[in-house]
Design a protein around this ligand. Structure first.
Ligand code: B12
Ligand code: SF4
Ligand code: SF4
Length: 270
């Protein structure tokens, strides 16, 4: 078996079905973060993996899609950890270190480089089968794996920019200070303008509007990852917030920020 098929076997045994390879040199520069110290000294390749999370639209929802499923840092993290263990037994001389989200790797551009899809004007990776509703994680290794050098862009229809309630999508990319995903995560008291934007977005945490309108996301299949189908909570009530911070992607911020957003949308405790 060649290197490529040994890696594929290890990933697929861990139910990672969408992956691609990029040269480490092609994904530089890295993002500045504490996790940067974990990158292998002689890093040569990045195995970029996708975790589709689209599920059927629930009857009512007051939270973005990525936050209504089990925390992907844990779900994708467990799958990547298992894959690293298998890879280590196949290649005992090499190092395999996984990251997801809290990563020095610029995940969107690395996934594009690895040939996993195109870059959307909304700043997100769009996969040909699963659209943009995919999380990205990666394994950085000192093993040399022949990689892609892809460089594709979406059709540029402009629906995402037109639909964005915050006007955050411009020709240069996303203005993250205006993006509702960022604003709903901010600590402290929001400005009156930010509060108005939160009401427009009508989501307690995160925002999906630029993805919902994207033609690539129409007719995409539901995720086959069981953990994302099992415990979906699309509508969060005030009294549930304290419990949900334990299992959802918004947990890292604690309950105060999401309670503040709740009060902006529904008034004191609904
Ligand atoms: C900081 C951050 C945010 C910030 C800022 C986002 C931004 N676009 O600037 C905020 C809080 C706003 C945010 C929001 C969201 N995020 Co976020 N975020 C990140 C994080 C941690 C770092 C991103 C970063 O700073 N990148 C730095 C830039 C320079 O690199 P880049 O993103 O790879 O690539 C950009 C440039 O290279 C540029 N570019 C210009 N020309 C070209 C040409 C080519 C060929 C290429 C390849 C690139 C390129 O465009 C790229 C996209 O903006 C990543 C995880 C990670 N480690 O990458 C997740 C990540 C990007 N976020 C993710 C998600 C899911 C979201 C939300 C959808 C969550 C939600 N529902 O609310 C929203 C979407 C908002 C939006 N439209 O972007 C996913 C994206 C999955 C995907 N399909 O792409 C990631 C990868 C997390 C993950 N592990 O899955 N996010
Ligand atoms: S809505 Fe149109 S412009 Fe925006 S990401 Fe999708 S295809 Fe690209
Ligand atoms: S996530 Fe929402 S606020 Fe941010 S760019 Fe997309 S539509 Fe605009």
């Amino acid at each position: 078996m060649n290197v490529w098929s040994q890696i594929s076997t290890a990933l697929e045994q861990c139910t990672i079905t969408e992956y691609g390879f990029a040269s480490f040199a092609d994904v530089l520069p890295l993002l500045e973060c504490r996790a940067k110290a974990r990158i292998p000294q002689q890093a040569k390749s990045v195995i970029v993996c996708l975790f589709p999370y689209h599920v059927a639209e629930p009857r009512r929802r007051n939270i973005s899609r990525y936050a209504m499923v089990e925390d992907y840092h844990i779900v994708a993290g467990n799958m990547l950890k298992a894959a690293c263990e298998r890879l280590k037994s196949a290649f005992p001389e090499n190092e395999f270190v996984f990251f997801t989200d809290n990563s020095p790797i610029r995940e969107v551009s690395s996934a594009v480089r690895a040939g996993l899809g195109v870059l959307g004007k909304n700043g997100l990776l769009i996969h040909p089968k699963y659209g943009s509703f995919v999380f990205i994680g990666e394994i950085v290794t000192d093993l040399t794996v022949p990689g892609a050098k892809a460089n594709g862009a979406c059709i540029g229809c402009g629906r995402c920019a037109a639909a964005c309630p915050a006007g955050a999508i411009g020709p240069e990319g996303i203005d993250r200070e205006r993006c509702l995903s960022h604003i709903t995560q901010k600590k402290g008291t929001l400005t009156p303008e930010e509060e108005t934007l939160v009401r427009k977005g009508n989501s307690l945490w995160g925002c999906d509007i630029c993805q919902e309108v994207c033609p690539y996301n129409h007719g995409i299949p539901e995720t086959e990852i069981a953990a994302f189908q099992e415990n979906i909570i699309p509508y969060v009530d005030y009294h549930e917030i304290g419990e949900l911070v334990k299992t959802r992607a918004f947990g890292f911020r604690g309950s105060g920020v999401i309670r503040r957003n709740y009060e902006i949308l529904y008034g004191k405790q609904g």
